[in-house]
Write a protein of this length. Structure first.
Lengths: 191, 158
């Protein structure tokens, strides 16, 4: 058994016991990454904050279902995603299509996206924060989602497919399209 | 230069970021980029997009972590207490069932005797026996159902 499996086994046992110190540690460890993922999916800081809390409560409640053969973050993002979908279904049904797009087809940027273009403005800091925020604001949530899983989380494509519950071909299609859109938006911004 | 060559270079530039390239593809692309300014620009734009995305740092409010940790601790305590209560309930159910099974022949004879002494029709004392014998299971089922209804309404309120 390698270190990753040992770690996953430790997490699985702790979750079954509902060990508060383990949960505290996991929240600390994954705080930034989970929040970034939720922000990318929802396009709203407030919603991401609500979902952040709900995700950890769900992790606690469903902890016994965690299978240590999976990486913990894959399971965590899957839970977060399901909650985000439920949340969107209640709040704004029209944006659900973007996240659940079963065919992996992309709608034209100007017709899609309920995310306000300023949603990311205050979310990022750093040299290129403003440009990235503007570009991300124009991408559909399903594309932002795979981009963050690939380029922020460095997940393998198979892992991404597991998290977003979509075929590998759909994941690739969204990644290529998302990357192309990001490149074009940034090119326009920098020009 | 032919369009198909540029097309292939463009595909490989994106593939390099998304899926990764084989050594052969990388060598071909590097050779092409050395002689094609247009594709070089494309590769530069793609790398810049990925770099910009990766370098964007999120503002994160640490009070969110503290609030979440507090909520999680409270919920963990609730769940542990609920599990302990449910465990006690199941142990009582099992004991009650075992006692019920063990005492059934004695109880049956007792009811038979009372029915005979009071000159009751057989159907009456058998019905009373069945009701009494099933009473613990009915009470437990009612408690579990009530708890589930209460639990789901509390969740809906939250």
């Amino acid at each position: 058994m390698n270190t990753v499996e040992q770690e996953a086994g430790k997490v699985a046992r702790g979750l079954r016991r509902r060990d508060p110190s383990l949960i505290d540690h996991l929240i600390q460890q994954y705080q930034y990454r989970l929040f970034r993922y939720l922000l990318m999916v929802t396009g709203s800081r407030e919603e991401a904050e609500d979902l952040f809390q709900e995700t950890w409560i769900r992790v606690l409640e469903k902890g016994h279902q965690y299978n240590q053969r999976w990486k913990f973050e894959t399971w965590l993002f899957t839970i977060a995603r399901h909650l985000a979908i439920d949340f969107m279904r209640r709040r704004r049904p029209q944006s659900l299509d973007a996240l659940l797009d079963p065919a992996g087809t992309t709608r034209p940027v100007e017709l899609e996206d309920t995310t306000s273009s300023s949603a990311f403005d205050k979310a990022f800091q750093g040299e290129e924060a403003a440009s990235v925020a503007t570009a991300l604001g124009h991408l559909p949530p399903s594309h932002r989602e795979v981009l963050t899983l690939r380029f922020h989380e460095d997940m393998e494509l198979e892992e991404i497919a597991r998290v977003v519950d979509a075929p590998l071909s759909t994941v690739k299609s969204r990644l290529y399209r998302g990357l192309a859109m990001l490149r074009e938006w940034l090119k326009d911004i920098y020009a | 230069m032919r369009d198909e060559i540029h097309e292939r270079a463009i595909q490989l530039i994106d593939k390099g970021q998304v899926e990764g390239l084989t050594a052969e593809e990388r060598n071909w692309l590097e050779a092409h980029l050395e002689s094609c300014a247009q594709c070089q620009m494309r590769a530069h734009d793609t790398e810049r997009a990925v770099r910009a995305l990766r370098s964007a740092v999120l503002r994160f409010d640490l009070t969110l972590v503290l609030t979440t940790q507090m909520r999680a601790r409270i919920r963990a305590r609730e769940l542990i207490e609920k599990e302990a209560r449910m465990r006690a309930l199941w142990i009582s159910c099992t004991l009650s069932w075992v006692l019920g099974v063990v005492s059934a022949p004695l109880l049956w004879r007792g009811f038979e005797w009372i029915g005979y002494r009071l000159a009751m029709p057989k159907a009456v004392w058998i019905t009373v026996f069945a009701l009494l014998w099933m009473a613990p299971a009915v009470v437990v089922a009612a408690v579990i159902a009530w708890r589930q209804v209460r639990g789901s309404s509390v969740t809906a309120e939250q």
